[in-house]
Design a binder for this molecule. Structure first.
Ligand SMILES: Nc1ncnc2c1ncn2[C@@H]1O[C@H](COP(=O)(O)OP(=O)(O)OP(=O)(O)O)[C@@H](O)[C@H]1O
Ligand SMILES: [Mg+2]
Length: 184
């Protein structure tokens, strides 16, 4: 099944293509409010007003290799199936923020999936980009910064596969500690 983590990967690809140097992924899930919220923010080139108004329509894309952009419309469709929605704020030269909401306990909500794997792959493939990942639950907060981690470890990139596995495992352990359930 397509997971939220894979949808996030797709949304972050847009930020990378928009030449962002900083990308943040924020997840807030609360059993108390029965809500799951995903935010992806970037400081990339942003979108002009007329594109922004059409971008969740599946027949719009600025790609020349392929006519139909499907990332945002599909994610919006998934959110709508689970009682939520997708909204985008963007300004040309300012960056973009995509916000997606779901009813946490909705039967049609996609599972979170391998978010730790997705974040580590993104960080190793894009060493020049600063990634910030934060995850909040009713039990606590977890925050991972690619820049701080590289500084701490005294490295310039995450291209050592053993190190990458360790980091992925550490993120998973921290997510489990705050009660994130549908990881894998
Ligand atoms: N973070 C972003 N910054 C700037 N422009 C964006 C961003 N996200 C989306 N866009 C614009 O919106 C368009 C539609 O995005 P969407 O992800 O739906 O499709 P796509 O990226 O074109 O194709 P696909 O995701 O199917 O490979 C993109 O082509 C791009 O022009
Ligand atoms: Mg896309």
């Amino acid at each position: 099944m397509l997971t939220l983590a894979l949808n996030i990967l797709d949304i972050v690809q847009n930020s990378i293509r928009a030449k962002a140097s900083e990308i943040s992924v924020d997840i807030i899930e609360s059993k108390k409010t029965d809500l799951l919220e995903i935010g992806v923010g970037d400081n990339g080139k942003g979108m002009p007003e007329e594109l922004l108004s059409k971008v969740t329509d599946p027949f719009v894309t600025t790609r020349t290799t392929r006519k139909i952009g499907m990332g945002l419309p599909l994610f919006k469709y998934q959110a709508n199936l689970a009682g939520g929605d997708l909204s985008i704020e963007s300004g040309e030269g300012k960056g973009t923020r995509v916000k997606v909401t779901f009813i946490l306990g909705h039967v049609d909500r996609q599972p979170l999936g391998d978010i730790a794997g997705v974040m580590t792959i993104l960080m190793s493939a894009n060493p020049e980009i600063s990634f910030l990942y934060s995850h909040k639950t009713d039990n606590g907060d977890y925050r991972f910064s690619s820049v701080e981690t590289k500084e701490y470890l005294g490295i310039k990139n995450f291209n050592d596969s053993h190190l990458l596995m360790d980091i992925k495992e550490m993120i998973n352990e921290n997510l489990k500690d705050i009660g994130v359930s549908d990881l894998n």
